[in-house]
Design a protein around this ligand. Sequence first.
Ligand SMILES: Cc1cc2nc3c(=O)[nH]c(=O)nc-3n(C[C@H](O)[C@H](O)[C@H](O)COP(=O)(O)OP(=O)(O)OC[C@H]3O[C@@H](n4cnc5c(N)ncnc54)[C@H](O)[C@@H]3O)c2cc1C
Length: 407
Amino acid sequence: MATDGVIVIGGGPAGMMAAGTAGRRGRPVLLVEKNKRLGRKLLITGKGRCNLTNMTDLEGLIANIPGNGKFLYSAFHRFSNQDVIAFFQEWGLPTKVERGGRVFPASDRASDVLAALEKFLTHSRVQIKTGAVAAVLVEEGRVCGVKLDHGETLVADSVIIATGGCSYPLTGSTGDGYRLAAALGHTITPLKPALVPLEAATPWVREVQGLSLKNVAIKVLSKEGKTIYTDFGEMLFTHFGVSGPIVLSASTHLESATHYRLVIDLKPALTPEQLDLRLQRDFAKYARKHFRNALGDLLPRALVPVIVALVGIPPDKPVNQITRAERERLGVLLKGLEVEITGLRPLTEAIVTAGGVTVKEINPATMESKLVKGLYFAGEVIDVNAYTGGFNLQIAFSTGYLAGSSC
Ligand SMILES: Cc1cc2nc3c(=O)[nH]c(=O)nc-3n(C[C@H](O)[C@H](O)[C@H](O)COP(=O)(O)OP(=O)(O)OC[C@H]3O[C@@H](n4cnc5c(N)ncnc54)[C@H](O)[C@@H]3O)c2cc1C
């Protein structure tokens, strides 16, 4: 390795983009990845389909990044979502757009995204080495190489830390980058799970595990009753609590081990009055049935016994004997089904890690450290995090491109 070369630490999407971009500029590049294979986390993204970016505009990208989105203006300017799509097209991977502007490979295979990035690396003459970096070496305020965990030293005049966060550690993302950066004087803002399922204490939740609700509205309230988050879309019940896209997004705004009230509006398209008319119509249709058999048109089957038990109307009560007060109680419940949240699932189960190397110490126009010359950051190791929808990978690609172009 030449002393004027670049070492990229971490072969995830950010590291691969950074390495290939620097290599394409003619710089000698060594990509050091501790796993035998590159992109292990990339392979499980989007349930194996890889939602690689989103079709929204620049403001839309920033709006979907609750964790320091504004820091990314330059990176998105230099390498936008359209550039990501064009990049993959160039490397033989056509894409398609789905609901919510989510962009996937046309083949629906994350492995094809990895294959395209690997082709890019080969073409850019990037050398790849298997090994874990234990320290970044600095002389007189300037990067001069890295040390591997078994003691080997590699020289370089630029080092890009692209080690990811510390969720799903089995993929290799074990938070090493935070330690490497902290050892060089960088501030690490506290790490916290983001896009993580929520634990619930409400007993009926376990009874409906596996049930997914589409087109519901949710509201998360603090113990004091303050609204912290609202959203509309899809959620899921699990054996420990709740998950699914809108719950994951909500988690970004919640604290670990803190209690909240999740209020689910099962019929957000209907006003209370419209819902009452709908109930009257259903009750007329099922007038001769028992109450427990009258909700099948309105609710998923698994939820019917839960609602029947919670509303306090006897399950065997003939529908034509249900009082107006009981029907109104049912309407209120359908628009405000409550789940007691007891906290977040652990960081290891989060889709992304919030917190990381503080953006205050990174130049947003280059991704270079403001503390150490020749040191760059890319991807999730930086204190940025986005909602679901392809935004986290867009961050990895844009910051990787910028670091690879600037080093
Ligand atoms: C289940 C799941 C699904 C997801 N789905 C999506 C999705 O569809 N769309 C989306 O936008 N985002 C998704 N994400 C988030 C996205 O995968 C990450 O934000 C993204 O992978 C971050 O890229 P990165 O290159 O910064 O880090 P990573 O992908 O974490 O890669 C870091 C690499 O660095 C290596 N490394 C770490 N330490 C060292 C060291 N000391 N020496 C050498 N190598 C090291 C690791 O082994 C790893 O390969 C998903 C995440 C998960 C967990």
